[in-house]
Ligand binder design. Structure first.
Ligand SMILES: *[C@@H]1O[C@H](CO)[C@@H](O)[C@H](O)[C@H]1NC(C)=O
Ligand SMILES: *[C@@H]1O[C@H](CO)[C@@H](O)[C@H](O)[C@H]1NC(C)=O
Ligand SMILES: *[C@@H]1O[C@H](CO)[C@@H](O)[C@H](O)[C@H]1NC(C)=O
Length: 350
């Protein structure tokens, strides 16, 4: 590759200047959002939440969205009371209501606000909802879900998802983890206060470790509510920095996804460990309180520092790479980067 191409390529990678349409078509596509939980008072949603829903709709119509990962804080400020809670309708169904979204499955994990209410009711909702429940796979459907056919999409507090990149043998594993069980609730402090049930936390840590140790997938994603690294209001979660981060490195996890701070961030450590925060579902927060808690050279993008409004993180996974795109709520791509398969990262060995 000559130098000009190289410079152009670098330019493209960091500025979204190549259109998504030129990316390979045989891809698995998903959107990642969190913290879209509306308001506890009428109208129970925010204008920003509506704009995020419109952005997911637009992605679904143009590029395709095979599923949504929803990483907690679905109902401010205290979750739902029970399965009949009208917030399911007011904060979710009537906001993410575009026709293109009606057949896209949502996979969820709880956030601190969900755990203040009845988290079992959110799991139970996945058994009755047409939205949180996978519709029957259509013939020729571009995605395959293993083992979850008869279950709601929120079968337990933590669970794993396994997909294939269409027309390839490249597998994508996603561990959906409950960081509130692992680290505790925040009770309005910035840091979680330690697990309420340490045996439940240990069971989940063991599950995470054994899943990561046994995975041979080309891409492994771990997704939870609290961030490992963040420069925003809450900042890094020390419980996850201490305990999850070493696992992400040891098992060469492709990327860790979270919400909690209400912004979009892409952070990459020098060894390639990558972190996405996509927590601007309800509002876009300009707070950069913890800017000095994360080494400057790792902060490749953040919506408050780069003066953009939040939106949604969009992933396209092909045989060769995982492309991460941040779309802000007016439909503008504000950041794009690429992550390699684990095979590349580990020189052919898994
Ligand atoms: C939580 O919601 C479920 C489903 O509606 C219900 O059966 C259960 O009683 C609720 N728990 C509490 C403590 O209200
Ligand atoms: C997937 O793997 C099978 C068995 O190794 C092989 O026969 C097939 O050609 C592969 N398919 C693709 C699309 O790589
Ligand atoms: C984001 O802002 C930082 C700090 O001003 C800057 O170094 C970086 O190039 C920006 N990134 C993008 C993709 O605009």
């Amino acid at each position: 590759m000559d130098r000009l191409q190289c410079v152009l390529l670098l330019f493209c990678f960091s500025t979204c200047w190549y259109p998504l349409q030129t990316l390979e078509q045989a891809a698995l596509h998903f959107a990642v959002l969190a913290d879209w939980g509306g308001l506890p008072v009428p109208p129970y949603y925010t204008p920003h939440e509506e704009a995020v829903a419109a952005e997911v709709d637009s992605l679904a119509q143009t590029e395709g969205v095979d599923f949504v990962l929803s990483l907690g804080d679905h109902f401010y400020y205290s979750g739902v009371k029970n399965l009949e809670d009208p917030r399911f309708k007011h904060t979710f169904e009537r906001v993410f209501s575009q026709p293109s979204l009606l057949h896209i499955p949502w996979y969820l994990v709880g956030g601190n606000h969900d755990h203040k209410g009845n988290i079992s009711a959110q799991m139970a909702y996945s058994d009755v909802s047409q939205r949180w429940k996978k519709p029957l796979a259509e013939p020729g459907s571009m995605w395959a879900i293993i083992c979850l056919d008869r279950l709601g999409n929120y079968p337990g507090l933590y669970y794993d998802l396994n997909f294939n990149v269409p027309h390839t043998n490249m597998s994508v594993s996603i561990l959906m983890i409950d960081t509130v069980v692992l680290c505790g609730n925040t009770y309005d402090q910035t840091q979680p206060t330690g697990p309420e049930d340490s045996r439940a936390a240990d069971r989940q840590w063991n599950w995470i470790t054994s899943k990561l140790a046994s995975s041979r997938s080309a891409y492994v994603v771990v997704a939870g509510h609290y961030p490992v690294w963040s420069i925003g209001h809450h900042g890094p979660t020390s419980c996850l920095v201490n305990r999850l981060r070493p696992l992400l490195k040891k098992y060469r996890v492709t990327v860790y996804l979270s919400g909690h701070d209400h912004n979009l961030q892409f952070i990459r450590e020098d060894d390639g460990s990558s972190y996405v925060v996509s927590g601007s579902g309800v509002v876009s927060d300009p707070d950069t309180t913890h800017k000095d808690s994360v080494p400057q050279s790792w902060q490749l993008y953040s919506s408050p520092v780069n003066h953009t409004i939040g939106g949604v993180a969009y992933f396209q996974v092909t045989e060769h790479k995982m492309t991460v795109t941040f779309m802000q709520t007016n439909g503008k791509c504000v950041y794009r980067t690429e992550l390699p398969t684990r095979i590349v990262r580990s020189n052919g060995m898994l």
